[in-house]
Design a protein around this ligand. Sequence first.
Ligand code: GLA
Length: 725
Amino acid sequence: MPITLDKKNLRFTLKTDNTMYVMEMLYGKFPVHLYYGKKTIKKDFPNSNAGVAFQAYYEEHGEEFYPDSRTMEYPFYGSGDFRAAALKLRNGNTGGDTTLFTYKKARKLKGRVDIPGVPCADADENTETLELTLVDEFTKCELRLYYTVFPESDVISRYFVLENKGKTELSIEKCMSLCLDIQRSGFDVISFYGSHCHERKYQRTPTAHGLQSIYSRRGASSHQLNPFMMLVDSKATEEKGEAYGFNFCHSGNFLNEVEVSAYALKERTRVLVGLGQECFKWLLKPGEKFESPEAIVSYSDKGIGQVSRNMHKFIRNHIVPKEPYANRPVVLNSWEAFYFDIDAKLMVDFAKEAAKYNMDMLVMDDGWFGARVNDRAGLGDWFENKDRFPEGLKPFAEEVKAQGVKFGIWIEPEMVNPDSDLFRAHPEWIQKTPGYDPLLWRTQYVLDMANPEVVQYLKDSFSKTFKDVPIDYFKWDMNRHLTTVYSNALPPERQGEASYRHMLGVYELFRWLRELYPNAMIENCSGGGGRYDLGMMKYSTQIWTSDRTDPKWRTIIQHGSTFGYPTSTMSCHVAHVQDCRNPRFLDYRFRVAMNGPIGYELNVLDLEDSIKQTMKKQVGEYRQYEDLILRGDFYRLLNPVTDDMRYAYYFVNDDNSQILMTYLQNEGDPKQEKYKLKVSRADRNATYVDKINGGTYTGAELRAGIIVESDTEQQYSKMFWFCKE
Ligand code: GLA
């Protein structure tokens, strides 16, 4: 039973397979957080004031309760708690921004409460939800906090509904979905920063007194700071110590805050995850409801790696769409092979080659529509370029498929080039604040997806162009961020909603496309991995990890991505023709790519047969390991950011009978340093045979560690495939 409600003591307990979360309604009113950690039979969770003086208190309850120095479930602005608030509302009548939401009732629900129009996790038969209703007596506004428990992945999600049941107009000025107050300090934050072509670089920084935040103000979750974040004990390692993982099921702006506060008796750490305050405002008129996106948290006392595996399991079980095909298609993508210079004949020839080497899908990237022969024109004009596809898309796609491969196509729905029929007809459909010029970025503007007419236009033009075209895969791209954000479909007093409503329009189009093509797969992309987030994963089986395909930087990007996301979502291509002519480099690239579902992105028409035969062998090899790569448990062993650019990891299946371990080293090492790679999941008494290099090991030997010696030559890799006898 994941949720127990002790209505007498107003103490509510949530349990996952390995963790427990306890809260209490202090004085029958204030939701106070008591415990989140390892499952325990303990019943006593002391929660007293951390401060002794210079504190605000309610006369009625005296100095026993200082809101600022307790651990709170959901703190409000103006309530005597001076730390970062989860919710700030402004009263339209009084202009005041103080609220006090107190406990009204609680109930337990089977499954979950869906959030209309917003991507959120799927429930299964073990999912339960606690609904905690609070009311602000002055405004009669009702706040329903939801805690949904996903026991098998040790994840608890948080979201809320705010319903204005009073007569006063309210506006939401800060909106956070999750708050976690911890009764101590001494943590590090692990977050993932970067830029285009350098996404999700690992960084670990000690927390300090005060506020630390990661965020996006770009209208996309962004390359710069990913919404996934960890809070770990300052001594925690991959295998040991307390760690929490946080994420937000949203692809637009976000704010994660970590605040450490000192008091006379104790320190506190507060974590908040949500839409934030800077890029979000929402007007809540009497009778209206606002539903927040969902945030998630997971805890483990078994180290950082276990929190990653919790996240992987949760995303695979509750977020990503069902796999549309028995095997994940190995794609051959046209982008790095030809950029914009594509046409029907070339693509059919390309497809023919893909089939010869056992690749499964041709992906026709940018350049097939409108006047899109470079990045200066055509976005928004979603009809085929007649010069390049004279017979039309349908017969062309059929010919591609007649070669024995699936057919995938690139789209970038949210964008428009100024040089396009769409922009000429509807200049008012872009994001542009009156009085200010819109900014360009890759010669394109962002469409106003908060405007239902724009979303409808896209639906109409895609349905017309793709009618009867047998499409198996969409690569959905988004190549710039939002500036001069504004929607002509909203009145002035609702402009603070434009950015969030834009994202809702994007999600609406995603859902529509999935319904139109229920059997197709979507690969998300945003200048590479600029929207590598749970919101996108709800609709996309995989995400293009980065435009950086150079293996040196790629290993850092892939390593960082594995902390919060399963490798099954991490689309990895073998690319760059020059280096691939060198068999050693080709092999290295392939091994770098085998951290996730693989593909190829190079002009195979221009390669010698021996290289193509190697690729064919590689596809076969990938198929042998695919199940481990897509569904195995993942363990990081070396961190390229802290271990001198060495990356090592292994995958293991459920019964520990197969272990695939990889060591990667991009640069030559004259010192030939040795690394001990410990396979902690090997069964101690079992015997394992390494099917790649030969050799037999006991599980105990694998657990003690295999020595890998680095090589003097650059781009060196070593793989091991340990199979139980
Ligand atoms: C982005 C993507 C690339 C490619 C180009 C096409 O940069 O990340 O993979 O699709 O757009 O314009």
